[in-house]
Write a new protein. Structure first.
Length: 201
């Protein structure tokens, strides 16, 4: 049996595991007000999040303390490739970006993309509805519009906000339990027509 020297073994154990290796990224957030800065503005902060090899995100402690948390105990932080809700404990929830900010909670739920599909989460960051559809709009009046097989269209060059639309696929509506009140099997216009019929029942 081939022998391995103690020095080689120690060096191997000390080397960082590729799966656990992390990188630090700059991010944008609004710092909490202080005596010296009573109305601080959102800005770029260097190396405030660490991204592990498995994709998990950790907000570095000094930035965690500097975040401005709202009355619901959450703060928003963005970085290249991600938009997070953050708790003072350091727990994070990766959500969809929307109108240059984080997707807002609608009827107690917020959207996040997982494995290429849309999932819904509550304020405790618990996944309430698992990722099933290629896209979903926020809940409104107890229902959320969802689609399968739809794709994101290129931004309209004439739109200064660079908004994009979802095109194609099959559309329908789900309720808070994930039940398809309007089956996800119609063109979008027809799904909306059937939603209107459901509302009349």
């Amino acid at each position: 049996m081939k022998k391995i020297s103690v020095a080689v073994l120690i060096a191997a154990l000390a080397a960082p595991c590729p799966a656990l290796a992390s990188k630090s990224l700059d991010c944008f957030y609004s710092p909490r007000p202080t005596v010296h800065q009573p109305s601080p503005e959102q800005g770029r902060h260097p190396k405030c999040v660490a991204i592990a090899g498995n994709g998990s995100v950790r907000v570095l402690s000094r930035h965690l303390k500097a975040l401005d948390y709202s009355d619901d105990g959450l703060s928003v932080l963005s970085f290249e490739g991600g938009m997070l809700y953050v708790k003072p404990s350091g727990e994070t929830l990766d959500v969809l970006p929307f109108d240059n900010g984080a997707d807002s909670f609608q009827e107690g739920l917020v959207r996040g993309r997982r494995n290429g599909k849309i999932a819904f989460f509550d304020h405790s960051f618990r996944m309430v509805l698992p990722p099933k559809y290629d896209f979903a709009w926020p809940f409104e009046d107890g229902l959320a519009e969802v689609c399968s097989g739809c794709v994101q269209a290129p931004p309209d060059p004439a739109d200064p906000e660079h908004h994009t639309a979802m095109e194609g696929g099959s559309w329908g509506f789900i309720d808070h339990q994930g039940r398809e009140v309007v089956p996800v099997s119609f063109p979008r216009d027809e799904a909306w027509r059937r939603k209107g019929e459901v509302g009349k029942q």
